[in-house]
Design a protein around this ligand. Sequence first.
Ligand code: HEM
Length: 333
Amino acid sequence: MLKNKLPQWLLASALVLGTPLDVAAQDEVTADKVVTALEGTFGVTPGERRNHTKGTCALGEFVGSPEAAAYSRSALFSGKRIPVAARFSLAGGNPKAPDTAKSARGMALEFKFPDGSLQHMTMLNTPIFGARHPQTFLDMIVAMKPDPATGKPAPEKIKAFKAAHPDNLAQAEFLDSHTPPASYATSAYFGIHTFKFINRDNKTSLVRWRFVPQDGEKRLSDDELKSSPPNFLEQALMARTKQGPVKWDMILTLGIAGDPEDNPTLAWPDGRKQMKVGTLTISSAMPQKGAACEKINFDPLVMADGIAPTSDPILLFRSPAYAVSFAKRLGGM
Ligand code: HEM
């Protein structure tokens, strides 16, 4: 079917190069296919997110440093208090995933500017991502589908996935060699993709950002990993915010020519200029049911003036995938 959609020159070059047409015409990865794969692997919790299903809402504010305005004219860096709706989460579509799971944790932020425009940042606690292209993500989710006989992913499918997708390795090794955070409040979160900052003179800078907890980074010890109950992250965050506000420093890294700008599986080399560009304060946390974050689609391409996407294929694919999941859950599916 897809063969008919391929341009003639591609069909011709596939024939000239001797590429079997079935390979040249490999089915396109679509948002629908990826969301269907998430549903196939994790099941469907009606009305809930198809990924990062287990999560906790939070509220707070952000104050940006006016010095960052040299790089971005975003209202984030006006120096004024910007209200923030946040959501902390566990990767995957299992609403009962244990908080000790060695999967990624997420922090999603929606900043609301005085003129009503929005800026989203939807981050993970790993510095790099496990897919260079949507195909890798799709194949990973399919490989993770539990074998009905064991209730676990089939080891040979995971092995075949890893062999076919070396771009998954760096994030998988990071997750394997780091225990999960002891609290959402003691984790750093990374924007991972490269973004463009645009200033008042229309000068563009390539940047990456991360949020570093002022409480310090604390992970579960190996003993705590074994002894912790399946649900503690939500309670720990609620208890922590009751003691007082939780803060993160937003740290900007400025890229230089040649740094990868469309590959979220690669870290940038050390030695890049870094600067603190703001402080995020989370002052309250609550279960997601009925709270502000529940009905937000934290699409990372929701950006206000002054910040723009790069051509990173993963970043660009996320928006339609989140829209499919969002439409389903809003419709009660
Ligand atoms: C091919 C790549 C990806 C796909 C297909 C994908 C898919 C999804 C989907 C379907 C959702 C649920 C959306 C909703 O119902 O609101 C989601 C949530 C999320 N994703 Fe991704 N994702 C991808 C990459 C990433 C990356 C690179 C990051 C971090 C840099 C990330 C971080 C998150 C977070 C934190 C959430 C939870 C947001 C919330 O709390 O509402 N994802 N993802």
